[in-house]
Design a protein around this ligand. Structure first.
Ligand code: FAD
Length: 470
């Protein structure tokens, strides 16, 4: 019998649940990918995620050639393309790895129904996470609303079976013989190569393997270095996790093979990813609304000029600006800076967190609806297990603590490079002579601070207090 395996956010050929299961159950398996017009059409032509996907598909295509097989690619709406392909290849089943986002669930449900109408089976399997849906619940049988008990329960359930590899290679003889068909070009998909900001990230399964091998040598220091943006602390694997060019099971196996504080701390971050994905599965309303209903409609003043300055990395707060410029230039931002810039937008500039969430969604190569929404709701103090609203990051204290020598600031705000360490975190406090000898004219070479943190903090506290009824 023939089966299709529909690749989506799982762009790899090893340790792949849907592919492994389909290859074991069918004698002829056809891997397919659909460039989804409904997702691609609203994106700007310079969006770099499409290039990441395309390059990763090329690698898949080349590997499939080794087996005399190939990737079948379509451009269109999967709601019609997938049933169409299943019909064309006379498939008896379509396999896919499960997705937990509300829009993906609606799409998959519609496709499953349409396939059922043709007598074709829809089979979706768990691949993207270690535990899903109702596998981790509180003793009352409800979803956890706090991370720590979720993490404890997750860890307790983590048996070798839960992270076992789904082998593909031994069954590759069941891949369908297919002619080599070239993939569409970026231009054919309506996108332009982005020359202004070249791609710094390694792509495909091979790119993920390179990053992972490098991180494996550093994992023991993760807990110490991960908070310092100028240091090489984290794994930089988020885009690969987002597009599935690496298997989550492989990452968990790596962590367990390197016991220590570094690995445990990293495992916890992988668990946060699942916590937010499964939270969204239980609470699809979080896409639009706050977890804490009392904060859903906070009356933010939302000053447009301040929002534009935040986006451009021109708030006058150096570490905030350096973080935003890292995002704009590379499509990635360090986790500590995501927390600082998000907090600054909401609590210092008093702008609705959804505006920032949307900006990150446009710019982040690793954009993931669940993690982004969870991260923003956390930083804005409106979410599940969020930062308490009365604890507000001080952007200067954070800067002194996490970029003490200003290395990161100097990299992304080169106009401040010659300021001494003592002045780089808050240039407006520098002596005129210090500014002059660093060649900085405040307000011209680098902006005056948009706001005064102390007074904005009071305004934010008043806004939240009024809504919380405390
Ligand atoms: P590592 O530190 O090496 O962590 C390994 C993996 O664990 C990451 O790749 C990621 O998949 C997961 N992870 C780590 N921290 C978190 C976290 N706090 N929440 C959920 N998963 C986590 N992460 C995204 O993948 N996509 C997003 O769109 C996203 N938006 C965010 C928005 C805000 C406001 C905040 C505060 C955080 C956001 N994060 C997001 C989480 C985190 O910042 C990134 O996952 C991390 O910086 C990616 O770098 P890394 O791969 O080197 O991480």
């Amino acid at each position: 019998t023939t089966a299709l395996v529909w690749l989506r956010r799982d762009l790899r050929l090893s340790d792949h649940a849907a592919l492994s299961v389909a290859l074991q159950e069918h004698g002829r398996v056809i891997p397919v990918f659909v460039f989804d017009r409904t997702i691609l059409d609203p994106l700007p032509p310079t969006d770099r995620r499409v290039a990441f996907i395309l390059e990763s598909l090329k690698e898949i295509q080349a590997r499939l050639r080794e087996y005399g097989s190939g990737l079948v690619v379509r451009i269109g709406d999967p709601r019609t393309e997938i049933p169409g392909l299943a019909h064309e290849f006379q498939a008896s089943a379509v396999y896919a790895n499960r997705d937990y986002e509300p829009a993906a669930i609606a799409r998959d449900t519609a496709i499953a129904q349409s396939l059922a109408g043709q007598g074709i089976q829809w089979v979706d399997v768990k691949d993207q996470v270690i535990f899903e849906r109702d596998e981790i619940l509180s003793r009352q049988g409800t979803p956890f609303q706090v991370f720590t008990p979720y993490w404890r329960s997750w860890l307790q359930k983590l048996t070798p079976v839960a992270m076992a590899e789904y082998p593909v290679t031994p069954y590759c003889r069941n891949l369908a013989r297919l002619p080599a068909v070239p993939l569409p070009s970026l231009e054919e998909l309506g996108f332009a190569p982005n020359d202004e900001t070249p791609f710094t990230l390694t792509v495909g399964e091979s790119g993920a393997a390179t990053l992972l091998a490098d991180f494996a040598r550093r994992i023991e220091h993760y807990h110490v270095l991960r908070d310092y943006p100028a240091r090489k602390g984290p794994s930089y694997l988020s885009t690969h996790l987002r597009f599935g060019t690496v298997s989550i099971r492989q990452l968990v196996r790596l962590a367990l093979a390197n016991p220590g504080e570094g690995a445990e701390c990293w495992l916890k971050e992988l668990c946060w990813r699942e916590f937010y994905q499964q939270l969204l599965w239980h609470r699809p309303d979080l896409v639009e609304h706050t977890f804490r209903p009392e904060f859903d409609r906070l009356p933010f003043p939302n000053r447009e000029d301040w929002f534009a300055a935040w986006c451009a990395g021109r708030t006058g707060y150096p570490l905030v600006d350096a973080g935003m410029r890292q995002l704009n230039q590379t499509g990635w931002m360090h986790n500590r800076l995501r927390m600082i810039t998000a907090s600054f937008l909401v609590k210092d500039l008093l702008i609705d967190w959804r505006r920032g969430e949307r900006y990150f969604a446009e710019k982040l190569l690793d954009f993931d609806l669940a993690s982004n929404n969870g991260g923003w709701q956390w930083a804005a103090s409106v979410g599940c297990d969020a930062q308490p609203w009365f604890r507000i990051f001080n952007p200067v204290t954070q800067s002194r603590k996490f970029d003490p020598a200003g290395h990161f600031i100097r990299r992304y705000c080169p106009e401040l490079a010659r300021l001494p360490d003592s002045a780089i975190h808050a240039p407006w406090l520098a002596a005129p002579l210090e500014l002059e000898s660093a060649g900085i004219r405040q307000g011209q070479d680098y902006p005056h601070p948009l706001v005064d943190h102390a007074s904005q903090r009071q305004a934010a506290l008043a806004l939240f207090k009024a809504a919380s009824g405390r």
